[in-house]
Ligand binder design. Structure first.
Ligand code: ZN
Length: 374
């Protein structure tokens, strides 16, 4: 009998084949896989269950978010790092060119969209078209064979530009995906749940492979390359520090003691586990509490306080997001929390304070999420 655990491990093994097997000339497959993991994690946290598919548009938006911080000029080389072995323009080049034309304050995708929504949608159009042509049809191919371990699509390799252009125009004008192009990646049964379950294992592996490829493309060894590529951008968070401290009445979100000078803006759902940069997911904390929490999920009491803040201070949160040009997507953050806390095994360690942990308890977490046990 094949158990769910066996099936999940088998999927992980097939993904490793895809990551290592096929020769690679770009970092696209890493970006695509990370984007799919992000979207599956979110889908699994939907109240009415996973949707069974994602669209090329959703994938393109996530891929732009992943590449965006990587297209800053690297301090040592003074250039945008190359992510393609060859002379062609790559997705990071498209993002970098967009950043070059955007106003200075457009330091994040959210701010770039606020600065010029139409130009930003043009960028998403271009990135979506590259994804439709190359990595989405090619990701699952190994040795000329389509392994189809994750999803199926309705278009063939080398699709015509016309129908995609018409579909993109319809999407922008009417908000509906018309125009003769089916933009869905339809997941195979249970793939969303399994990808979400594997997130903690796959993310660091994919990041490491991605980093190794960028190092190869850029010649000599670049120190802290993985940090440069994947850590959250501290300067983008700094605008939120003062308003969050005020919202928390000068107290640390975790230990409730007075905040002093060393205050961090912390991602409540760890950045390394989900990449959620919405204001909903940000709290002010002592730098020491933030360091001790590290990449752990917070304990049920913290989860409960986080959910309560979302309900009771929703208006304030929206206002801070507006003032600081920080994205605000409460639904996405809640779905991610549901999926991440729902997916941990009973007894897993959750961080309380200092070096104390509690064992995950399903009933307590359901209550902390503010949901019915059903
Ligand atoms: Zn503290």
């Amino acid at each position: 009998m094949v158990t769910e655990g066996d099936a999940t491990i088998a999927l992980a093994a097939r993904l490793m084949d895809l990551l290592h097997g096929a020769s690679t000339t770009t970092t696209y497959k890493y970006a695509l896989l990370l984007a799919l993991i992000d979207l599956c994690q979110e889908n699994v946290g939907r109240r009415d269950g996973p949707t069974g598919s994602v669209t090329t548009r959703q994938v393109a938006e996530r891929v732009v978010e992943l590449y965006w911080p990587q297209t800053k000029q690297h301090v040592r080389t003074g250039k945008v790092l190359r992510q393609l072995s060859g002379p062609k323009r790559s997705i990071p080049d498209l993002v970098a060119e967009h950043r070059g034309r955007a106003p200075r304050q457009a330091t994040t995708p959210h701010r770039a969209r606020l600065a010029d929504a139409a130009a930003f949608e043009d960028l998403i159009d271009e990135v979506e078209w590259v994804l439709i042509r190359y990595p989405i049809p090619l990701l699952q191919r190994l040795g000329g064979e389509d392994l189809a371990v994750l999803y199926s699509i309705r278009w063939r390799e080398d699709p015509a530009r016309g129908p995609v252009r018409r579909y993109q125009a319809a999407l922008r004008e009417r908000g509906t995906a018309a125009g003769g192009f089916d933009n869905r990646l339809c997941f195979l049964p249970d793939v969303e749940v399994r990808l979400a379950a594997l997130s903690g294992l796959l993310r660091p592996l994919i990041r490491r492979e991605w980093t190794r490829f960028v190092a190869q493309c850029n010649g000599d060894k670049i120190e802290d390359l993985e940090v440069f590529l994947f850590e959250p951008q501290r300067e983008d968070l700094s605008a939120c520090r003062a308003p969050l401290i005020e919202l928390q009445q000068g107290r640390c979100f975790y230990c409730d003691e007075r905040l002093n000078t060393a205050v961090d803006v912390d991602h409540f759902l760890p950045w390394s586990r989900c990449g959620d940069d919405g204001l909903h997911n940000l709290v002010a904390a002592h730098a020491r509490c933030n360091n001790q929490k590290s990449d752990h999920l917070a304990a049920s009491a913290h989860l409960s306080a986080w959910r309560e803040r979302a309900t009771k201070r929703s208006g304030d949160l929206v206002e801070i997001a507006r003032q600081t040009a920080t994205p605000f997507h409460a639904d996405r953050s809640v779905r991610l929390a549901r999926s991440m806390y729902g997916g941990i095994p009973a007894g897993a360690p959750l961080w309380k304070l200092r070096d104390e942990f509690e064992h995950a308890d399903r009933a307590r977490l359901v209550e902390a999420l503010g949901e019915d046990a059903a």
